[in-house]
Design a protein around this ligand. Sequence first.
Ligand code: PLP
Length: 405
Amino acid sequence: MKPLSKSTKLADVCYDIRGPVLAKARQMEDEGQKIIKLNIGNVAAFGLEPPDEIVQDMIRNLPHTAGYTDSLGLFAPRKAVVHYTQQKNIKGVTVDDVYLGNGVSELITMSLNALLNNGDEVLLPSPDYPLYTASVALSGGTPVHYMCDEQSDWLPEIADIRAKITPNTKAIVVINPNNPTGALYPESVLREIVEVARQHQLLILADEIYDKTLYDGQVHTSIASLADDVLCITYNGLSKNYRSCGYRAGWMVVSGDKRHARDYIEGLNMLASMRLCANTPGQLAIQTALGGYQSINDLVAPTGRLCRQRDLAYELLSQIPGVSVVKPKAALYMFPRLDPRLYPIQNDQQFAYELLAEEKVLIVQGTGFNWPTPDHFRIVFLPNSDDLAEAIGRIARFLEHYRKR
Ligand code: PLP
């Protein structure tokens, strides 16, 4: 048999969050070594349990949810999502505009696949959640990154967005709250992005999966609520706010001016049909989650576990010489900077690899988020305070050795 190669479609596809450094960590674990994992936002794995009503709902529904559903999803959870869009002031949404998916990930790739022809460009933040860059590339499109400014709390640089628009630009991705930076965009910035999209007829792809994971009394604004006349797809789901990522339950909502998007929506419907439907127990969990007790609020309150861990990680990282970090307003991540004068890193994947080998702490290198220079890394602040302090202590020790090399 001829050697089997992967498709050339994968040539530009990269997803470092689960890349080679994780493979090394797995190997070390197989050898019996204990690793502190600051690499993945797998919330439930850190003892942050999903709301019990969601678990009970899954158990109760399992025996009679073995059948397929409508491709877009069951009526009741889609109706619950419509109600949620009302709470978020997104206008004119009906059940026909709501698609349920096996997590947001599936819906992201679906909506990009339905949109892009070879050479079409999509504006993506840098740093980004790398699934977007990978999915654009897999769909035959060209990812074009606009910069987010660390000096301004990681807000998108509107001038850079404008400068990177070409006749081939089809869409702009807005991840708010942001992974990996923890930024939360004020309404004024969102309005500027809407204006750019309006002027250049771009589809807005709005990832709001962390919209309830907000600290210090922050309030989240859905960009679609500011864009009645601009086509928007808003993604959300249970993975983070409800700590249920293994249940693979997410949704997307098409809103705004749909008159000129009938053909695209036909494409979305076709791709939704091809994957038949999202898992049925996960679909039903959506209405239970949205209508239930919002326990995320307890976790992000000043005395809540997530908020305390954010504060601790911020404080400890900021004390390390040559490390600076913007305090996250939302989400589960930090994206610290390593001063290149102290840490002249050439290859940040190698840096992550060495940290893992020497200190048994797993992070993800900044270039894995399509950040252009090897001077950042991402951590999740999900481990409990003891583990977090231990992990950051080890990072500090590793960096001290690094400085003395
Ligand atoms: N979008 C963002 C910004 C994320 O950070 C993640 C997961 O970390 C996802 C989407 C994936 O979500 P899901 O579990 O719903 O596929």
